[in-house]
Every structure is written in structure tokens, then in C-alpha cells.
Design a protein around this ligand. Structure first.
Ligand code: 5GP
Length: 117
């Protein structure tokens, strides 16, 4: 899928529009979801211009790992690591993806239902 350089998350990464940033490294940015679906709802994005999980390449493997390691650290910082949390990549229409900059949802602070809707 074509990557849109003028998308919301691209602008957040460039700090052109504000977000409540909770974690930043050379390759990864994490910020609070503007419309949280759980008491803790953080979006973790690679700074790379990648639209969906389908667009990851094998040489992105290290950065994909950094997303999960960032999630693990943020879960700890937010105090939800021991009770548990959910990590989700919504992908394309059937997956419920609305923003086409790939992002990992970290959700917790309540018991998550399964299966999701
Ligand atoms: P998706 O449905 O693509 O997996 O998730 C997109 C998420 O981005 C949604 O949970 C939505 O609430 C969040 N979101 C949409 N626009 C903004 C925004 O401008 N700022 C922030 N922080 N989150 C946003």
C-alpha cells in the first residue's frame, strides 16, 4: 500500500502536530491514543514510512522487535505488566485499520474481551 507522507502519524512523528508521547527512541515513537478504548491505550509506531504489516520487509525485523520491546517497557511504566495487556496490529479493512502508518496498539488497565468484535 502507498505510504502517505502527509498522514496524521507522519505529522506526529515529525512533531508537526501534538501528541502525548510516552516513549521515543531512534526508530520508535509511542503516544496516547486520542480516543482510548481502555484505561491504557498507547500507539507504538516505527518512524519508518510503512503503511501496513503487509509492507514490512525482512530487513525491518529488528525494528519490528523494537516495537514489541517498547510495548513491554511502556506496559511496565504504566503498571499493567503484571496484570496483563493486549498488543494488536489492525491490518487493512477487515482488520479495522483506519490510519495507514503501521502501529501497534497497547491496551490494558481492564480485562480485555475475547474474541474481539
Ligand atoms: P487503527 O484503527 O488504524 O488500528 O487505529 C488508529 C487509532 O488512531 C485509533 O484508535 C484512533 O483513536 C487513533 N487516532 C486517530 N487519530 C489520532 C490522532 O490524531 N492522534 C492520536 N493520538 N490518535 C489518533
Amino acid at each position: 500500500m502507498q505510504y502517505d507522507d502527509n498522514g496524521i502519524f507522519a505529522k506526529i512523528i515529525r512533531k508537526e502536530i501534538p501528541a502525548n508521547i510516552v516513549f521515543e527512541s531512534d526508530n520508535v515513537l509511542a503516544f496516547e491514543d486520542i480516543n482510548p478504548k481502555a484505561p491504557v491505550h498507547i500507539l507504538i509506531v516505527p518512524k519508518l514510512p510503512v503503511a501496513t504489516v503487509n509492507d514490512f520487509e525482512p530487513d525491518h525485523a529488528a525494528i519490528i522487535g523494537e516495537l514489541v520491546l517498547a510495548a513491554r517497557q511502556i506496559a511496565k511504566d504504566k503498571g499493567i505488566d503484571e496484570k496483563g495487556y493486549r498488543l494488536v496490529f489492525n491490518t487493512l479493512d477487515d482488520g479495522g485499520q483506519e490510519i495507514y502508518h503501521v502501529h501497534l496498539h497497547l491496551m490494558g488497565g481492564r480485562r480485555m474481551a475475547w474474541p474481539p468484535g
